[in-house]
Write a protein that binds this ligand. Sequence first.
Ligand code: HEM
Length: 306
Amino acid sequence: QQSERVTAQQFVDLQQGQNAHEGFRRAHAKGICVTGEFRSNGSLTDYSNAAVFNKGAHPFVGRFSIAGNNPSAPDLKAPVRSLALSFATSAAQQWRIAMNTPPVMAVSDPHTFYQQIKAIQSGTIAEFFAEHPESADFIAWKDNYQPSGSFAAEQYHSINAFYLTKDNGDKQPVRWAMRPTVNVANTSFDGDDALQNELTERLTSGPVIFDWVFTLATSEDDENDPAVGWPESREQIVAGQIAINDWQKQLNGDCHEINYDPLVLPDGIEATRDPILRARSAAYAESYRRRAVEVFNGAFEEQQND
Ligand code: HEM
């Protein structure tokens, strides 16, 4: 059955909870800014006009985060870890990407996702899953997922599909993932900032590298449904590697004022009709508007004078 429709404001009200943390993102509130470059090998230029795929190095401003609305939450307790990237090849050609550790969502539309968040908050998620057969792929992932000891050792997924496009009208639906190049089963870091501290320590000895892997859908796959995984036999193309070189604390870092809106796309990448993408864009804008007003009104004045 179709869930009741919800607005971006209702989403953000629900996500921020009773006591909003002023000036912070209403979801993925705890994070760390990073910078680096995408070293493109040029292998996607047959599929897309996006300048980012031209062979060479393309800088980005990124952010590792954990899901949740609390900017001081314990890193190792979060069920989902995330990586966001922002490429700006020119003022008009920007690409904002926000990825999570699960490869799929548990539901296919925003209104049902709203009900899922309510179920998590009220402790009834088992009942929710029992009533939602479309959650099967998500649950299969969740049951096998072992959180690693490092942001560098997770695999981050686009979840939603997009089109790679060419000027001649060719359109290839894809999902992508950042595939880690290190294996870190556990960490010796503890405390609330274990993952951030592990990352900053790791970066003192060199960049953190991921392979950027694109999976090409066939006509058998529904690119508009983020809850259904695609068969492992689908063709994959490694477009190059992202290399993260440096970090900044989020409050004074370059990522803080970026809204990683998944509909900010350059020429050569287009949105699918997946309704979650529109809901994300609207909710991120609402969250951004709230935090921007609070920062303007002095939410961080004390911290910035430290
Ligand atoms: C309807 C579904 C969703 C809603 C309503 C939603 C909502 C939000 C909101 C309100 C923010 C804070 C934005 C800001 O203030 O800058 C956020 C951040 C984020 N979301 Fe979502 N989200 C949804 C689905 C997803 C999905 C499917 C993914 C992964 C592919 C995702 C990944 C992220 C990440 C990584 C961030 C943090 C980005 C950053 O570092 O700034 N979200 N989300």
